[in-house]
Design a protein around this ligand. Structure first.
Ligand SMILES: [Zn+2]
Length: 469
């Protein structure tokens, strides 16, 4: 069944248009001073532990494509880009040092869903497909009785690449005709649709099916596309400012979604997760964007969890965490069996220890990886790998026979711009060995199959801004 036929058979998506005025109303409501307070009760660490026994929990998984952590209010950014995410973090869990496993959507998302580092997931090139043998979280949740729905806007996570496994419904919501007034209010809008369409569809889904037992994955793209509107145009007009404006816009949309959950009586039985696949560079090292390197700006991302109750105060996890840990953690919280094969680990004990004031330093390392020739079928792999260990980050880029290495210490140099490779040769040698060892690992399910990608699909992917020849 094609995406198109799915749209037509989808009554709640057809109703999405109607909800436009609803969303506008909710946005105004969300922005009103002294708006609704959350309907969630206050909870304790014991409530976190006993989530696994609850049978009524839903999961709302929000993936904000291309969001670097240090641009968010809850991560200490000087601009108030994200008041709603700050409120969420204050009453939930914020992972302070969270690492994405790649800087390119497809490799990063394949790693997140499988819980395996990119080399082990085997998804590092543009034409590779996640094998059927992989057991993705949506499959586990579906078997556990959840209705599984994914609404995505990034073509790299399309079902053609194996990302739809386990979802009852997995679609790219279609656009609606865009009124001239919407274009006027959204000066940077490019396509015929935006994250608002995903949220209309999500709200319509929840309005009709919200009382069931569901897992809803929303993959949003306005930040990736630098879309903002007049309301969020607070931070100026250069490239980096516009990125902040778009975060502010998406944060407002999420505020409306959270109010909608409250209004529907769903907040006290929904686990909300906010994650990202990679960050974005702003010429820190002379180049912009993502999917090119694995330095901190394109791999340090946020992770926030909101429980169906409020924690007072919220928890900040200060030890290293990684996107491969997300699903082992969520399945553990839900009382479901974790992945049988994973490079990640459940962070539930880490959350509880932090909540009790005991910092857990046992796990403090992680890997990010990118095959920098992922979009060039005519070229052999050129690997970029970063090994993070405590405050250190070793970064290795290869191009044919040449190797470029750097070593940073975030404690002394938070932006990681001072290369210590020559000053600290022992650390360099130690982390290099781990990076090289990682690059020698093989895919857990054997070589991934590949598929032909038609010119039209390539054009859609190019429209996301990727340089595919
Ligand atoms: Zn992405």
């Amino acid at each position: 069944m094609s995406d198109e036929t799915r749209h037509i058979r989808w009554p709640w998506l057809a109703g999405a248009l109607i909800s436009f005025s609803l969303l506008v109303g909710l946005l105004l409501f969300a922005w009103a001073p002294g708006g609704v307070s959350s309907t969630r009760p206050i909870g304790s660490l014991e409530d976190v532990e006993s989530l696994a026994e609850r049978e009524d929990l839903n999961v709302l998984f929000i993936l904000l494509d291309t969001l670097r952590a240090d641009r968010l209010t809850p991560y200490g950014y000087e601009r108030d880009t994200s008041p709603h995410l700050a409120a969420l973090a204050e009453e939930g869990v914020r992972f302070d040092r969270h690492l994405a496993q790649s800087s390119w959507t497809k490799a990063s998302m394949a790693s997140m869903w499988t819980g395996l580092y990119p080399m082990r997931a085997g998804i590092t090139r543009f034409d590779q497909v996640i094998p059927e043998d992989a057991k993705l979280p949506a499959e586990r949740l579906s078997e556990a009785g959840f209705d599984t729905v994914g609404l995505y806007r990034n073509g790299w996570v399309s079902p053609n690449f194996g990302f739809g496994q386990g979802f009852d419904i997995y679609v790219k919501p279609g656009g609606r005709p865009m009124a001239p007034s919407v274009r006027r209010d959204n000066p940077t809008i490019k396509g015929s649709f935006s994250d608002e369409d995903v949220l209309y569809s999500a709200m319509e889904y929840l309005r009709v099916n919200g009382q069931g037992h569901w897992f809803l994955y929303l993959h949003l793209m306005d930040i990736h596309e630098y879309t903002y509107d007049e309301e969020s145009a607070l931070f100026g007009g250069d490239y980096s400012d516009v990125y902040d404006n778009s975060i502010r816009r998406v944060d407002a949309l999420l505020g409306a979604l959270f109010d909608f959950l409250d209004a529907q009586g769903l907040s006290d039985r929904t686990l909300v997760v906010v994650a990202s696949d990679h960050g974005e560079a702003f010429r820190e090292r002379g180049f912009e964007g993502h999917a090119r390197a694995v330095f901190r700006e394109s791999t340090e991302v946020p992770l926030l969890i909101r429980f169906p109750f409020r924690l007072e105060p919220g928890i900040v996890v200060s030890s290293r965490s990684r996107n491969i840990d997300i699903w082992p953690t969520l399945l553990d919280l839900l009382g479901l069996e974790g992945p049988s094969l994973t490079d990640g680990q459940s962070l539930v004990d880490v959350i509880l220890a932090e909540g009790r004031g005991q910092s857990d330093e046992q796990m403090d390392s992680g890997i990010s990886h990118l095959d920098t020739t992922w979009g060039r079928p005519d070229m052999p792999s050129r690997h970029a790998v970063a090994v993070v260990d405590g405050p250190y980050r070793y970064v290795r880029h290869t191009a044919g026979p040449s190797v470029q290495e750097s070593l940073f210490d975030a404690e002394e140099d938070p932006l990681e711009l001072q290369d210590l490779a020559e000053e600290q040769p022992e650390k360099l040698i130690e982390l290099r060995a781990r990076g090289v060892e990682y690059l020698e690992t093989s895919p857990a399910w054997g070589e991934a199959s590949t598929r032909e990608i038609g010119e039209m699909e390539l054009n859609q992917l190019r429209a996301l801004g990727y340089a595919i020849p």
